[in-house]
Design a protein around this ligand. Sequence first.
Ligand code: CDP
Ligand code: MG
Length: 847
Amino acid sequence: LGLHRRVDTLLREHLSRKRNDGRRFGDSAFSRSSSDDSIGMDDGFPEQHEPLPAPSVLMENVLRQRSLRLRNQQQAWKESPEGQNMQEFRRSLPAYKEKATLLRAISENQVVVVSGETGCGKTTQLPQYILESEIDAARGASCSIICTQPRRISAMAVSERVAAERGEKLGESVGYKVRLEGIKGRDTRLLFCTTGVLLRRLLVDRNLNGISHVIVDEIHERGMNEDFLLIVLKELLPRRPELRLILMSATLNAELFSSYFGGAPTIHIPGFTYPVRNHFLENILEMTGYRLTPENQIDDYGADKIWKMQRQALRKRKSQIASVVEDALEAADFKEYNMRTRQSLSCWNPDSIGFNLIENVLCHICRKERPGAVLVFMTGWDDINSMKEQLQAHPLLGDPSRVLLLACHGSMASSEQKLIFEKPEEGVRKIVLATNMAETSITINDVVFVVDCGKAKETSYDALNNTPCLLPTWISKAAARQRRGRAGRVQPGECYHLYPRCVYDSFADYQLPELLRTPLQSLCLQIKSLKLGSISDFLSRALQSPELLSVQNAVEYLKIIGAFDDEENLTSLGRHLSMLPVEPKLGKMLIYGAIFHCMDPILTVVAGLSVRDPFLMPFDRKDLAETAKAQFSARDFSDHLALIRAYEGWKDAERAHNGYEYAWKNFLSVQTLKAIDSLRKQFFSLLKDTGLIDENPGTCNMWSHDEDLVRAVICAGLYPGISSVVNKEKSIKLKTMEDGQVLLHSNSVNARESKIPYPWLVFNEKVKVNAVFLRDSTAVSDSMLLLFGGNVSSRGLDGCLKMLGGYLEFFMKSDLADTYLTLKQELDELIQTKLLNPKANIYMHEQ
Ligand code: CDP
Ligand code: MG
């Protein structure tokens, strides 16, 4: 403990020294230029900066010249023939009629709320109106407008569209910045970025100096980052009276935001959409040819259940209806799903939705309906992929000369993205499979038919059991309306809701804000690194505050992993974590990977966990796929080690030019592997900026593949996500502290084992369905858990032991306990030293 206190003093001294240097700890990468390139989004990445500004007279001249140049360019484009065409299109959008009102309101008020139907021109037009009017007033070079988007794909797509509308390439006056990626130039005055990017900018620039307008888009979604940003901005406004804040929302609960900002004026853009006809499951079943005859067992089974549920549900109170129907649907169909996966009408399962129902509806549209694109709302990437695969095997829907089948997802490649917006050839019907992001943030113009599965994957959070769940849940009425609206953009449309009317009636009006249904760990870390004071005080100022218990859980977690000390102050580990744009546990894994010189495998694990699983599990070949995955496990009882092998195998195959074949044979998604590949590079360069990685890999073995070491580092990151393992005669019993007994997800390589010769499993994710399932896990030993599981913080050994004690009581009583404690102490000190002084060369004993 004495040693720990000494280390602690050292830490404080080190940090204050750094602060006096005027630099953030770590590295120059975190410093930002204060030049006129005020839109520079550091985001913690090194960037080329212009030299500091010259004396102000010179500066003003430069600015004036740039402003004039911008004005001339804008004028020239408007007078060109293409420019005129574009003007004509833009004038046809509903937002145009409100242009003058909007600009006046913005100049007269610090905060303005703008609402309007999706597609009326909020996102693409309003930021442009501001930019144009600033440029026309010859203030172009000194304005800088930031418009936040909840998702990467919309930030990228919108910036590209706006640049095109201005007759420019991206990176001229319009740019974008998303996590780890971006295009912007010296003259970029309008920047579309994700909300997270703006939050990280606030880390290094608390007053948003040099920013003239902040536009927060899609606030009706009530994402956690947006709610968080609003608290910060609300407090910032008095310090920056000239800063303008514009909030944009699609649906009509604008009053909520207006009153949060002291009665800010609200402007509604009236929109026009064509009428859309609603079909619920009742008519859809008839329409797509399902007969409820006794001979037709499968149909009867599915449909009968639904009717029965409906009747039952109607007798119950309204609030219970959804859950009754849902429970029954799922319980009934889970069985059915297992029995006849491919033929059943009702292959709903808790993770998924009625694939065959969708297939039938799509067939119906293609055979019987007028031309027009189809937009299908599904719950997630997995579903979309499996659905796409199923449809590709269909004689009509899989025929490229008749159907253009596309998937749309937040992390897709931009080349594929473009296809979604393009018109297909004559006679070809475009079908887009999308998640709920297509509800508001992107607009596909030619959609006439919408298929709505009624669900969205929503993270929810059970604060009592401290268990995050990512489950498909019924959407809200507002979301269903929004989905329906997507069909009426160019002509009257049709919307197929794949659920009974009574289920719709029982939907909530609006979705619960994310802040109230997700774990708050990253958020708490950010509150502290932004020095926003006490976490619970800060969050009590939100639009709607989260439960106290959720806040306590998050703070406790951050203490356990060593990001906070006992007084909720950031530790050096916490400070490092707040700089990395990943969840704290993945950040910790990266940092430990760097300290313990096993970067290569750990980069793969972290990249894999932050994109998605590259192992494909198609419904009809699940057995084969599981066998393929098991081959990567080499009996080492770890999904994460299997992931490393799969990735490395693919990399080797890539070098031999048969990456695709390899991926195909082994049921791996090439797209995901490529995403992992590029994330690995980005994480690596981020880590280099922290100084934790030696610039000369030659000097030490940065790339150790020592399996036990990798296991231990995975344990360091995933702790306290841990379950005990007891091998029984025929089965393996797993238990966690919070949930009691848990099960292994069938996709895990450990689910195939009859015995796990380790006492513990660490896991990244657990999902609550009817039981709690561990999705992916790695087996670890007692000593790995003891040495790596605990925290590195001023909490010291005592706290660490207490936490481990619950699990390791037996072990602690053994003779080895003392030896381990000493080792643990030494190890923690070494890590602490390294964190305080990333460039320090620390020597580690082999043991
Ligand atoms: O933000 P809001 O939903 O109000 O509309 P928007 O995204 O600004 O889109 C306005 C209009 O621009 C849409 O109705 C589309 O016609 C058009 N647009 C487009 O053609 N291509 C894009 N990538 C984005 C928008
Ligand atoms: Mg929009």
